[in-house]
Design a binder for this molecule. Structure first.
Ligand code: UDP
Ligand code: MG
Length: 339
């Protein structure tokens, strides 16, 4: 791996002293948190560089928060942010990115599906000049075939529709340089489809392959309905193509109806027509009715998102934030929300 990313002269300077931030969004992870932290800390202590861990507790209702507080008492390099309720992983990642102060930031799941031991490899790629190091899963152990199949279909659809390519099988496990973090922090939209946002900011991407482990303990927080909504966010947030589908389908059917009308007129003129044709009529009405509803539904999806964006609510609210003691970030309790 080291040979793949030769360290350039500028990066020698960067390599001589840097600080790494590790951002961990978590929601009800009491069963795996202690093991996760052990493995992460072991990896980070081997780096011989400065580091901090920002745990973002996304409104856990179990003992996760107590565990985090205990970890923080033992190690001042740990920062703990807590949301006022469960806002969602995307929001938790956004909060972590805003609170991090390192020269590079790694986002990692707390369930050990993303092995912390890969962080040194990611750093090597960053030192070699990459701004974003994407981690692509080679296998998804412990996930059902249905989840794998739907994930595959989702990436196909979004890449057909979206203007920026969203790499398939790349989750949220990635490293970002400071300027990539700053760029992401500039994006103010409520629709936090992070996989799309990471692609949108551009910069030099490098993709490394890894084997995704099964969850070490606990259960997945993503039910299918939630994943479906997540996919809708992704598609409507990054493409207006579905709006066009409605236009094209509508025009095609209108055209067909017009031809059918001409045919019907000629037939009546030359052959005559009794009260037959009721089935054709009802079928036509139903198809058109269905199409119209579909088009209205698509418009509604966008309108709904416009509505949410226009309210300009903060992305999340912090119940409290205890920064790592080495960091200069403010622990001002009044500063509890970020746009
Ligand atoms: N997570 C979160 N907020 C949520 C749901 C999940 O912060 O509302 C965290 C969760 O604790 C874990 C990561 O996001 O660290 C990935 O979640 P999970 O493992 O449940 O998803 P999967 O790996 O099954 O896609
Ligand atoms: Mg997981």
């Amino acid at each position: 791996m080291e040979n793949l990313y030769p360290i350039s002269r500028i990066d020698e300077v960067r390599a001589s002293s840097y600080k790494l931030s590790v951002i961990v969004p978590l929601f009800n992870e009491e069963s795996v948190l202690p093991i996760f932290h052990d493995r992460l800390e072991k990896t980070l202590s081997g780096l011989h560089h400065d580091w901090e861990i920002i745990y973002v507790d996304d409104g856990s209702t179990d003992k996760s928060h107590l565990i985090l507080q205990r970890l923080r008492v033992n190690n001042s390099k740990i920062g703990v942010a807590r949301f006022t309720r469960n806002f969602g992983k995307e929001e938790a990642m956004s909060a972590g990115l805003r609170l991090s102060t390192g020269d590079a930031a790694v986002i990692i799941d707390s369930d050990l599906q993303d092995p912390p031991e890969l962080i040194p490899k990611m750093i090597t790629a960053w030192l070699g000049g990459a701004d974003i190091v994407n981690m692509r899963r080679r296998h998804r152990s412990g996930e059902s075939w249905l989840k794998k199949a739907t994930a595959h279909a989702f990436y196909r659809v979004i890449n057909r529709l979206s203007d920026v390519p969203v790499p398939a099988d790349v989750g949220d496990f990635r490293l970002l340089s400071r300027r990539a973090v700053e760029a992401l922090n500039l994006l103010e939209e409520r629709n936090r489809f992070m996989k799309g946002l990471f692609a949108w900011i551009g910069y030099k991407h490098v993709t490394l392959d890894y084997d995704r482990d099964a969850r070490a303990a606990g259960i997945t927080k993503w039910r299918y309905w939630r994943l479906w909504n997540f996919a809708l966010e992704g598609i409507t947030g990054f493409s207006v193509a579905p709006l066009k589908i409605a236009t094209y389908l509508g025009s095609a059917f209108a055209g067909m109806a017009f031809l059918y009308a001409i045919y019907f007129l000629l037939k009546t003129l030359f052959i005559g027509e009794s009260v037959k044709g009721f089935p054709t009529l009802i079928v036509t009405v139903m198809i058109l009715g269905g199409l119209q509803l579909m088009a209205i539904g698509i418009i509604g999806e966008y309108l709904g998102r416009l509505f949410i964006e226009s309210k300009r609510r903060p992305l999340y609210l912090l119940e409290e934030y205890e920064p790592p003691s080495s960091s200069k970030a403010e622990a001002n309790p009044m500063m509890t929300s970020y746009n």
